[in-house]
Design a protein around this ligand. Structure first.
Ligand code: FE
Length: 350
């Protein structure tokens, strides 16, 4: 009798132990399944420390695929089967292309609404800015006299004839700049500007933003157009120290300080329509707007934090404060197709 009872107790214990093991295993696998899949146009050197910090804080694993070019085509081809939960891009242009291809979905988050000014996010939450960068004028320290140039409009005036360098008019940074001029002044004024700028070019558009500063340094032109962070990248470039010389030849000018402000673009993030880990994707975007992450962006890439109150890199701070154009970027983005057409019409790159 006693023996039978002991046997029964053993059986019960066995079953209970098995049940506990099962629960532990399922909990572990649920934890291990916490992940998020990211397609990033932003480079690994910048993203790795940010994603590492995110995983440490949340336990969510990030699988990042770095896609330098062709993200839109890839997402279109993958359709609903795409593994991507979210994308990161380095310009509003590419976010907007994904939006127009109906590849994004809206998400709501009070954290994102608090951290990101409304003009730097989609009105329905279909994309969010993470950092900002101003498109500025680099002017040769001696050959450009103080007050000679203080606006984008000045670049197209007669006194700048043969003195301006820029990259392709079809590059997304310049398309967004022209789109901002359409948004501010209308199509005709924007086309006249593009025509005037084209007429003032010292050479055919070529190279990247840094190559233009090099051309100013070498005397090919007196001013160029470029994004702010390239100044920091040149000023601190120990791998290619000649870039420090290029940078030291120019002053930084924030255009249009007496009217609409300097055109300021974003790097940003968006949740894909195909997302299978939507809440983790939103958590990652939220994390990227946190004080911690914003500090890493500012320190590692000379960008402006999108969140108020985060310290700038001392170099970035040394360029001075400026007034940014606060037109909703979603409205600027709507003018990008027309901007591309105008660049064609004025034969900007020919
Ligand atoms: Fe860039």
């Amino acid at each position: 009798m006693v023996k039978k009872k002991i046997m029964k107790t053993r059986e019960v214990l066995k079953v209970a132990a098995l049940a506990i093991v099962t629960v532990i295993l399922s909990l572990t696998s649920a934890f291990a399944a916490e992940e998020v899949n990211l397609y990033s146009e932003r480079q690994p050197f910048l993203m790795d420390p940010l994603l590492k910090a995110f995983t440490e804080e949340t336990g969510i694993k990030v699988n990042m695929v770095y896609i330098q070019k062709g993200m839109l085509e890839r997402l279109k081809a993958e359709g609903a089967n795409s593994p991507a939960d979210l994308i990161l891009t380095s310009d509003i242009g590419n976010l907007n292309n994904h939006l127009e291809a109906d590849l994004l979905q809206a998400s709501q988050s009070s954290i994102l609404e608090n951290n990101i000014p409304s003009h730097y996010r989609h009105p329905e939450g279909k994309w969010y800015g993470l950092t900002t960068r101003a498109r500025i004028i680099f002017a040769h320290k001696e050959r450009v006299k103080p007050g000679e140039i203080s606006s984008y409009e000045d670049l197209a005036k007669a006194h700048m004839k043969g003195r301006v360098c820029t990259r392709s008019g079809k590059h997304m940074y310049n398309v967004s700049l022209l789109a901002s001029i359409i948004a501010a002044k209308g199509e005709d004024a924007a086309e006249a500007w593009a025509k005037g700028l084209k007429a003032n070019l010292a050479r055919k558009p070529q190279g990247n933003d840094r190559a233009q500063v090099k051309a100013v340094f070498q005397g090919e032109c007196d001013v160029s157009i470029g994004n702010t962070y390239y100044m920091g990248k040149m000023q601190t470039n120990d791998k290619s120290p000649e870039q420090k010389e290029w940078a030291s030849a120019v002053n930084v000018i924030f255009p249009n300080q007496s009217d609409r402000g300097t055109h300021t673009n974003i790097s940003g993030a968006a949740v894909t329509k195909s997302a299978k880990n939507k809440s983790n994707a939103v958590k990652l975007i939220e994390f990227l707007t946190s004080n911690n992450a914003q500090k890493i962006y500012a320190e590692d890439n000379f960008e402006y934090p999108i969140k108020k109150g985060v310290a700038l890199h001392p170099l970035v701070e040394s360029w001075g404060t400026f007034k940014a154009d606060t037109t909703f970027l979603s409205n600027v983005a709507k003018q990008r197709i027309l901007a591309t057409r105008i660049m064609d019409r004025v034969r900007f790159d020919n």
